[in-house]
Design a protein around this ligand. Structure first.
Ligand SMILES: C[S@@+](CC[C@H](N)C(=O)[O-])C[C@H]1O[C@@H](n2cnc3c(N)ncnc32)[C@H](O)[C@@H]1O
Length: 353
């Protein structure tokens, strides 16, 4: 139990929304400073961007409010403990923030040079798929370095103005509903990165047996340390490719996958879905959370176009137009549901009995 659990509910609510406003203010201040410094230091790194109309900005605000209201509501109705809303890594982020600036100049320089295949010589990239051997977001050493692993979660929070964890939590309700009759579910988070979703799963399903898989040894190391420090009982972490899950058929009750698919080319996308299907038990559930697509918010098209220009995201445009309903059905899934959550969306899909 955290101190927060002892406070009256209306205090908790004020604290939650206050915390979110604080995160938004800090993120916007950071982005502003970043733009100013970048214009001075690396003016060539700024790509041409579509401007965002006032109506679009107003609709972002509404979508954020809806997201946060749902996040609070799900905590209040017991989908997950309220304390989870206050488990942000403030201290870690404060410690990491100077490192983010130290790395920023190298990122701008890669952006200006459109250099997205740059890895430290000691990193052996040969054993990874070609699509993975890139500096996604122009980040240092792509997903294969310690700096990138340390900075990633903070960068995602800043990108989404402090709503990244709230968006990731949207997969918990459909998962909990689908697993209502399972006392000790077996759960896998595919592409677990630094372990945020594993933490959410551990808090929501304290009896679950948890596993995470990622291609990046550096991100897995980071996840292991952070989960241990957060008191999350050791999930099993596996280094591997989601296209070839190292698990037997019909093993998991639930599989989650967050922000992976927009970073995969079309064929690996399909293979990952097929592997998730294979590794799920009959009746098992897959919950995907990823970026919204064009069809979800045609009015946000300028923003969806800007994103891959600003960050190196080579498969994003294709992803935003991809037909996941058809992909999931092709893999064998049924009862597929899609929902929007601010900048993200989720698909819930069942493996038939
Ligand atoms: C955008 S990050 C998302 C990480 C995490 N799920 C989150 O919510 O922050 C994408 C992650 O997918 C991993 N990844 C990319 N391709 C993969 C693959 N084929 N198999 C396993 N992991 C992969 C990367 O190493 C990285 O950790």
């Amino acid at each position: 139990m955290l101190l927060i659990d002892l406070l009256p509910p209306d205090w908790q609510k004020s604290l939650y929304f206050g915390q979110q406003d604080g995160k938004a203010a800090l993120s916007l201040a950071h982005k502003n400073l970043n733009n100013q410094l970048r214009k001075l230091w690396a003016p060539d790194s700024m790509p041409a961007m579509a401007s965002l109309a006032p109506e679009l900005l107003a609709s972002l605000k509404t979508a954020r409010e809806e997201l946060l209201a749902e996040d609070w509501q799900d905590a209040e109705t017991g989908v997950y403990p309220k304390s989870l809303l206050f488990e942000d890594d403030w201290l870690r982020w404060a410690q990491t923030y100077p490192q983010l600036w130290l790395d920023q100049v190298a990122v701008w320089e890669r952006m200006a040079a459109k250099d997205y295949r740059s890895f430290a010589p000691e990193i052996d990239v040969q054993s990874y798929p070609d699509y993975y051997r890139q500096n996604f977001h122009y980040q240092t050493d792509g997903y294969l370095g310690e700096t990138s692993a340390t900075l990633y979660d903070l960068q995602v929070e800043l990108l989404f103005n402090g709503t990244a964890e709230a968006m990731r939590r949207r997969l918990l309700k459909p998962l909990k509903t689908a697993l209502a009759d399972k006392k000790t579910p077996r759960l896998l988070d595919v592409a677990c990165g630094g372990g945020v979703t594993l933490k959410h799963l551990a808090r929501t399903f304290p009896q679950a047996s948890l596993a995470g898989l990622d291609l990046s040894p550096a991100y897995l190391d980071y996840a292991r340390r952070r989960l241990e420090e957060g008191g999350v009982t050791a999930p099993q972490l596996f280094q591997g490719n989601a296209e070839e899950l190292p698990f037997r058929d019909d093993w998991f009750d639930g599989i989650t996958c967050v922000y992976l698919f927009h970073e995969l080319p079309p064929q690996p996308r399909q293979r990952v879905l097929e592997e998730c299907y294979r590794a799920l038990k009959p009746g098992g559930v897959l919950v995907i959370l990823d970026s919204i697509q064009l069809k979800d918010r045609p009015d946000w098209a300028p923003m969806l176009e800007n994103f891959p220009r600003l960050f190196h995201e080579p498969y994003y445009r294709n992803y935003t137009e991809d037909d996941f309903l058809a992909r999931l059905e092709k893999a064998g899934f049924s009862q597929i549901q899609e929902r929007r959550h601010c900048f993200s969306k989720s698909w819930t899909a069942l493996k038939p009995n």
